[in-house]
Design a protein around this ligand. Structure first.
Ligand SMILES: O=C(O)CCC(=O)C(=O)O
Ligand SMILES: [Fe+2]
Length: 258
């Protein structure tokens, strides 16, 4: 996946997005029993993926969901016909492509179209604010890395990146493995996706699908406040959100690097 380039603080673009941020993150590590942690690890080791429900404290998840719902600093990301990644402010995208739900046609086998916000980059350049900043600090901190190391049986992770995504009608992400783009730091070992959509209809697409030559596909609906972890590389996609979908699929996604 491509990501928008970091901006300098004067160009943050989300200065209007002041949010309450005093909630203290009380997250799964303390809440998960030893048995539950062992179950999650066994699930990950058997299936290459695991889900942790009720991941964020309820007030934190609700605040983040609300902020992302009314967020304005999205870029539309996609791949241009010549194969170059696109990352355009969503308003410019709509101006330049009045039917913005239609992706560029491309000969490439990989294509995507959705709204993205480079949360961890914004944390680093000092632009992330409010509850999103709090969560970004948590996701890049040692505690989250320890939880994921425990849940997956991996060794220590050295680096975490992440972005927020918003999939609306017409959006999708075709099959890819999350294999490391050349020149980026670390080695991706585990992908995470924390869903923050409060209400989602199964008929609205947006499921995370895992594909295999040998096993039946696995199709996971975006479940609110559930953290999905899966091993990298692994073929997966986010299914097309049809024109009749009335909601937006909101998630925080990224990778833990070894
Ligand atoms: O949001 C998801 O479920 C997965 C997203 C994904 O695969 C990606 O951004 O690379
Ligand atoms: Fe992916």
């Amino acid at each position: 996946m491509s990501h928008c380039l970091p901006l300098s603080p004067q160009f943050c673009g989300d200065s209007g997005c002041s949010v309450r941020s005093n909630s203290v993150l009380r997250i799964s590590e303390c809440d998960l029993t030893v048995e539950r942690r062992a179950e999650i690890r066994a699930e990950f080791q058997t299936f290459g993926s695991a889900r942790i429900v009720d991941f964020l404290a309820p007030d934190v998840a609700a605040a983040a969901s609300e902020v992302l719902q009314s967020f304005d600093a999205w870029s539309v990301v996609s791949i241009a016909p010549d194969g170059t990644p696109i990352c355009l402010d969503w308003k410019d995208w709509e101006r330049s492509r009045p039917d913005g739900r239609q992706p560029y046609s491309s000969n490439a086998s990989f294509q995507y179209l959705f709204k993205s916000y480079p949360l961890v980059e914004r944390l680093r350049d000092g632009c992330a604010t409010g509850v999103l900043r709090t969560i970004a600090e948590y996701l890049t901190g040692t505690r989250f890395r320890r939880i994921v190391a425990d849940a997956t049986g991996h060794g220590e992770f050295i680096h975490v990146d992440g972005f927020a995504s918003r999939f609306e009608a017409g959006h999708f992400l075709t099959t890819h493995t999350d294999k490391q783009p050349p020149g980026t730091p670390g080695i991706r070992k585990v992908a995470y996706s924390l869903n923050l959509t409060t209400q989602w209809d199964n008929d609205w697409g947006g499921q995370t699908a895992f594909w295999s030559d040998h096993d039946p596909p696995i199709c996971l609906p975006p479940t609110y406040n559930t953290l999905l972890l899966f091993a990298v590389p692994r073929p997966h996609s986010v299914l097309y959100v049809p024109p009749y979908a009335r909601g937006a699929r909101l998630a925080l996604t990224g990778w833990l690097h070894e």
